[in-house]
Write a protein that binds this ligand. Structure first.
Ligand SMILES: NC(=O)c1ccc[n+]([C@@H]2O[C@H](COP(=O)([O-])OP(=O)(O)OC[C@H]3O[C@@H](n4cnc5c(N)ncnc54)[C@H](OP(=O)(O)O)[C@@H]3O)[C@@H](O)[C@H]2O)c1
Length: 249
């Protein structure tokens, strides 16, 4: 099948393109670095010509409230219009578990806007909501760092490695559209403070994690339900401990 991966040069995009090509599909990796810009529309019609499936794993370069909203609204509208014109049969978008519970965050309001455009559009779709990637844990630590202290809430998470996200997307892309949402998560729950503590220890990072029930996650108050999946997520097999052993030099 002809598949276009929007954001095909990103963390998930590169891995997804690789898996789909190994499976024998004709894959275009589309992003500004290959002349395709979903926000301006540049190169979209050409990239989508003859495509049956589009997987959108693009991310905004700027997460400031207005900028990120504009990114997901403009790219969402442009993509859906170009897909309708090209006769695309399945639009798959990667979103985040708990998006609807995190509306205090501009980033998640933008992801919600992206999801709503897809639901209101004419192209058959599947929205895949993933939990936080293992590769994102360093960013969580950074966002909560003050000097040598990393202040984090003990909220439950169920993070997943990017390879397992890409593998799930590759499967879902060639399945019939759900016209609905599916959740994907890692194999085990872990609390945010503990997750970051283990990451820093494995990296011999001297920063200390302080558990603070009042601390926020990127400015948002979170509890044990905020970031964890519902009843029937698809689970990636890779455990955080095994990834840490491989990822840390
Ligand atoms: N981080 C997490 O823990 C997490 C969890 C769940 C879901 N997600 C979702 O996963 C998705 C992918 O994240 P990622 O970490 O793989 O992203 P990433 O590594 O930051 O890659 C972003 C991709 O978007 C492309 N892009 C930027 N501007 C674009 C534009 N105007 N038009 C088309 N493509 C554009 C980039 O292309 P260039 O390289 O050419 O600039 C790049 O390929 C995001 O939608 C995010 O919301 C993330």
């Amino acid at each position: 099948m002809k598949v276009v991966v929007i954001g095909g040069s990103g963390l998930i995009g590169k891995k997804l393109v690789h898996i789909l090509r190994l499976e024998g599909h004709e894959v275009t990796a589309a992003s500004p670095s290959t002349g395709v810009n979903a926000v301006t529309g540049q190169g979209l019609a050409e990239a989508l010509a003859g495509a049956e499936i589009v997987v959108d794993v693009a991310n905004a370069p700027n997460w400031e409230d207005q900028a990120v909203l504009e990114f997901f609204e403009k790219s969402g509208r442009n993509l859906l219009a170009a897909e309708a014109a090209a006769g695309v049969k399945h639009h798959v978008a990667l979103s985040v578990v708990g998006t609807d519970r995190l509306m205090a965050s501009g980033y998640f309001r933008a992801k919600m806007a992206q999801e709503n455009l897809i639901k209101a559009g004419k192209v058959p779709y599947t929205i895949v909501r993933a939990t936080q990637f293992f590769e994102f844990v360093g960013g969580i630590a950074q966002s909560a760092t003050d000097g040598q202290t990393v202040r984090l809430p003990p909220a439950l998470m169920q993070p997943i490695v990017s390879d397992d996200v890409a593998a799930a997307l590759a499967d879902i892309a060639v399945e019939p559209p759900l016209n609905g949402m599916v959740e994907i998560a890692g194999p085990e729950p872990i609390r945010m403070d503990e997750l970051v503590r283990r990451f820093l220890t494995a990296n011999r990072d001297p920063r200390q994690v302080t558990t603070d029930n009042q601390a926020r996650y990127y400015g948002v108050a979170v509890n044990d339900q905020s970031l964890t999946p519902g009843d029937h997520p698809r689970l990636g097999p890779t455990r955080f401990t095994d990834w840490l052993t491989r990822a840390v030099p």
